[in-house]
Design a protein around this ligand. Structure first.
Ligand code: CDP
Ligand code: CDP
Length: 221
């Protein structure tokens, strides 16, 4: 079983995908964390964010993996826990540039498909319904107004101890959405068979309910 959840930054994809995966006992895969990890590897090794071959080499040398521990998903690179590091503003600012590189996408998409081949998955990202899992049984496109998304990220950053103004966050996510939607390879786009859910005015539990209904209607699960 494959459930694809795509959408722009901070629409609630990972929060919702994690809850749905836990309810259905599926594996949750945060593909954005993989592109963030690739960006972290470049930064750590002082490789230019446009150096496709250099970053691809790093991904092969230091494989990216996930570990679930007391309900929280940890992102590891060569056994080193980088879950918090990859959420820092310096990574958010540069991740779209790294994610636009063909050789980086090739490697990470291959790994994502492998995970989906071996498990029932809820996978979230930008190109899951269009490219990674085009045959997914359920495809959701999660959206919300940019103001609401910036506000959510602002609150989330606060709990992480990251102090960034609301307007800076709004500019950052709008710029990232633009880059993600306009890149050449696998741009952020609603799949023709995806169901759009606007979460602007919905609480998390309401979004979960709506998506569970969609899954039930499509699969009888
Ligand atoms: O959590 P947030 O919405 O801020 O972003 P994310 O899901 O962690 O994704 C970070 C970045 O990775 C996105 O802005 C895209 O540039 C890239 N990404 C991608 O290109 N394809 C995916 N399937 C997932 C993320
Ligand atoms: O993965 P993505 O970037 O799409 O968003 P997220 O990191 O799951 O969600 C961003 C923040 O919005 C989190 O702190 C959520 O708790 C919050 N939120 C939400 O996900 N859904 C709502 N309906 C309301 C708030």
């Amino acid at each position: 079983m494959q459930i694809a959840i795509d959408g722009p930054a901070s629409a609630g994809k990972s929060t919702i995908a994690k809850i749905i995966a836990a309810k259905l006992n599926y594996v949750y895969t945060d593909t954005g964390a993989m592109y963030r990890a690739a960006t972290w590897l470049a930064r750590q090794n002082k490789i230019d964010y446009s150096d496709a071959d250099g970053i691809a080499k790093l991904i092969k040398q230091f494989p990216i993996s996930f570990r679930v521990e007391s309900d929280k998903q940890h992102v590891l690179v060569a056994g080193h826990d980088i879950s918090e590091d990859i959420r820092q503003p310096q990574i958010s600012k540069n991740v779209s540039q790294v994610a636009a590189l063909a050789s980086v996408r090739d490697l990470l998409v291959q790994q994502q498909r492998q995970i989906a081949q071996e498990n029932d998955v809820v996978m979230d990202g930008r190109d899951i319904g269009t490219t990674v899992l085009p045959d997914a049984q359920v495809k959701i496109f999660l959206v919300a107004s940019v103001q609401e998304r910036a506000h959510r990220r602002y609150l989330e950053n606060k709990t992480r101890g990251i102090e960034t103004s609301l307007s800076t966050i709004e500019d950052e996510i709008a710029a990232r959405d633009y880059k993600d939607s306009h890149r050449q390879i696998s741009p952020l786009k609603k799949a023709s068979d995806a169901i759009e859910v606007d979460t602007t005015k919905l609480e998390i539990n309401q979004v979960v309910e709506e998506i569970l209904k969609i899954i039930h209607n499509k699969t009888n699960n």
